[in-house]
Design a protein around this ligand. Structure first.
Ligand code: SF4
Ligand code: SF4
Ligand code: SF4
Length: 307
């Protein structure tokens, strides 16, 4: 019997849904075993009826539920609770759902400050006031899905990888356990580390030193070249079967999109330690909290005191 799948998206960019398509050919085999019963990105399924005629949300019962995006509105909260009720297994997919993602950088501001900036203080918008009618109320901050309802599995990444999504779906179909890697991005990075001290951080635009065409194992660690790389504080897994992390393959430092090494790890503390080991003063980074928590701000970032 096919496995019934429901999917919902909240505060997101849509990239995680594209990741499902990026599974490519193996998706054809997976789809044959799935019965998609609810997926707003694919089907015009209005939760309150086509014309709002239903007073209640309508999400069918499902074996597996996937949520992408963090929770930014009271409506997201309600839908998350309904998904939890209707789905036997609930998956948070992508770093927005797992940790708030980039939208949770807004947690550095109060809702009033944020809406005021967006609707009244931006040069690119008409200053007509803050819309109130016909839209769901905002929550006080961005929440990760697991802060609102229990989640059975979190698949991190911005976006997560097609391999990870396919692997999770196949494991679920076959009733096998799913485990995320517990090592860091550095553990899968082939670059050369010499533990040489670095005095100043370089701007990303400067570009790292490497010889085009030569293997990454001949390039010096990007952090030891002076670039801020969040590899030491980030869970690995983005490299999939290739192993080497995605950004490193493109000669770019890791920005931390797979989130911390564990639920209890603190990327800020881990990165301060990593920077200190090569002699870099973390004070060189003026906006440390958002820099080290760029993808994981739900529950970690708080409004800053204003001058
Ligand atoms: S995790 Fe990244 S790709 Fe996925 S929805 Fe959020 S911003 Fe988009
Ligand atoms: S800091 Fe970055 S470049 Fe250096 S080993 Fe770790 S992941 Fe690789
Ligand atoms: S290297 Fe870092 S930022 Fe890049 S995809 Fe992997 S975890 Fe994300």
């Amino acid at each position: 019997m096919a496995v019934r799948l429901a999917e919902e998206w909240f505060a997101i960019c849509g990239g995680c849904e594209v990741t499902i398509l990026d599974i490519g050919e193996p998706l054809i085999d997976v789809l044959a075993k799935l019965d998609i019963v609810h997926m707003p990105v694919l089907m015009d399924h209005k939760l309150f009826g086509q014309t709002g005629e239903n007073a209640e949300l309508s999400i069918p019962e499902a074996d597996v539920g996937i949520i992408t995006g963090g929770i930014r509105t009271e409506e997201h909260k309600k839908i998350a609770q309904e998904m939890r009720k209707k789905c036997k297994t609930l998956i948070a997919m992508g770093s927005c759902a797992c940790f708030g993602g980039v939208p949770a950088l807004a947690n550095l501001y109060s809702t009033e400050e944020m809406t005021d900036k967006v609707y009244r203080g931006s040069v690119t918008t008409d200053h007509d006031g803050i819309p109130h009618s016909g839209i769901p109320a905002l929550t006080d901050r961005v929440y990760a899905v697991k802060e609102v309802v229990p989640v059975d599995l979190s698949l991190p990444g911005c976006p997560t990888t097609p391999e990870m999504v396919a692997g999770a779906l196949i494991a679920l179909l076959e009733g096998k356990p799913i485990e995320l890697p517990s090592k860091s991005v550095c553990d899968d990075c082939p670059t050369i580390r010499e533990k040489k001290a670095v005095s100043t951080l370089k701007r990303r635009l400067e570009g790292p030193e490497f010889t085009p065409g030569r293997p990454l194992s001949e390039m010096r660690c990007l952090m030891e070249q002076g670039f801020l790389c969040l590899g030491p504080a980030t869970r690995t897994g983005c490299g999939g079967s290739q192993g080497t992390p995605r950004c490193i393959r493109a000669y770019m430092p890791c920005e931390g999109c797979f989130g911390p090494l564990s639920d209890t790890a603190n990327p800020m503390v881990d990165m301060m330690g990593a920077l200190s080991t090569i002699g870099l003063d973390p004070k060189q980074i003026p906006d440390r909290a958002p820099t080290f928590n760029r993808f994981v701000g739900a529950g970690r970032l708080r409004p800053l005191p204003r001058r």
